[in-house]
Write a protein that binds this ligand. Structure first.
Ligand code: NAD
Length: 314
């Protein structure tokens, strides 16, 4: 049986860290692509030279074109600009839409049956760019953000309560931006909702810090944005797909009526397996939660409306 082949586009912070995790996690052979000459080749060789020490058999190669990517099962798209202090994710839209359109149109010519995992920001709108340009069904174009947003919330709760992050489960819906929707009533420590464990002002503070996303990391780093936790989020999605594990993970999905929303990418719990996004976990929200999710979806839709109308039509 042939090993899974995974292309990671963008050999920057998120892309290289993702390639590192995928290879050392034994998930498949990795092709790292970037426009910078020598960078994907050099990082790939460095990653492969760790194999004898850390014991994995995954090949890692780097390239500036897409020949080596042919026949990929999964494509992880991380290429594009990252935020600098003072920038919102939406400020990246015009520049990154061009990068995503170019990279996705080139990669899908060589891998018609692949499953695309989008990472480039603004995430939900870039998923729409990839969907239009690839012409793939929604099952094969999903975005990574919800795992990161929920992981952040879990980490903050673990810090607040002095418990293991493993004992904390959280749920965050909505767009990967300021209007994301953390759901405290579905956020538990060993099954007990945090609404029964923490005072309201502490929960509000955690929700607010979660909704700021990686803004505080952008401020601390000054030169870029988060990448260790984002790469871990991509790893979990790839792992569920490669192993056909059917994990229910918060991902950006093109909704077709679920949660009362249509024709928009937004973060919801979805089952990931060998066919990609195999189903949305639709459940009843309170009126307040529904309104917050609708507002978040409205924000994504109005940003998506600014994309060039001819995207994916040539
Ligand atoms: P980075 O600057 O470290 O790396 C980006 C890489 O993309 C660079 O190496 C650059 O040369 C490459 N690139 C640019 N244009 C390209 C093209 N046309 N073809 C191939 N490669 C190209 O940035 P990063 O920190 O790795 O972040 C990458 C993207 O991921 C950003 O848009 C960032 O906002 C986003 N991001 C998303 C999440 C999420 O939760 N979805 C989390 C973190 C970062």
């Amino acid at each position: 049986m042939r090993k899974t082949k995974i292309t990671v586009i963008g050999a920057g912070n998120v892309g290289a860290t993702t390639a590192h995790r995928l290879a050392e996690g034994h998930l498949g052979d990795v092709v790292l692509v970037d426009v910078l000459e020598g960078v994907p080749q050099g990082k790939a060789l460095d990653l492969y030279q760790a194999a004898p020490v850390v014991h994995h058999d995954c090949m890692v190669v780097g390239a500036n074109d897409y020949d080596a990517t042919a026949g990929s099962d999964i494509v992880v798209m991380t290429a594009g600009f990252a935020r600098k202090p003072g920038m919102s994710r939406d400020d990246l839209q015009d520049a990154n839409a061009k990068v995503v359109a170019e990279c996705i149109s080139r990669v899908v010519r060589k891998s018609r049956d692949s499953i695309i995992i989008m990472v480039t920001n603004p995430l939900d709108v870039m998923c729409e760019v990839a969907r239009r340009v690839s012409g793939f069904p929604r099952e094969r174009v999903v975005g990574m953000a919800g795992i990161l947003d929920t992981a952040r919330m879990r980490a903050f709760i673990a810090m607040e309560m002095g418990v293991s992050t493993e004992s904390v489960f959280a749920l965050v819906l909505g767009g990967h931006g300021d209007s994301m929707v953390p759901l405290p009533r579905y956020t538990t420590v060993s099954g007990v909702p945090i609404t029964e464990l923490l005072p309201k002002d502490r929960i509000d503070a955690i929700v607010q810090r979660t909704a700021q996303g990686g803004g505080e990391i952008v401020k601390l780093l000054k030169t870029g944005s988060a990448y260790y936790a984002p790469a871990a989020g991509v790893f979990e999605m790839v792992d569920s797909i490669v192993g056909d594990r059917k994990k229910v993970l918060p991902c950006s999905v093109y909704l077709q009526g679920e949660f009362g929303l249509k024709d928009v990418y937004i973060g919801v719990p979805a089952k990931l397996g060998a066919k990609g996004m195999e189903g949305v976990f639709d459940f009843k929200l309170t009126a307040e939660e529904k309104a917050l999710l609708a507002k978040s979806a409205g924000d994504v839709a109005s940003q998506a409306a600014k994309l060039p109308a001819d995207l994916g039509k040539s």
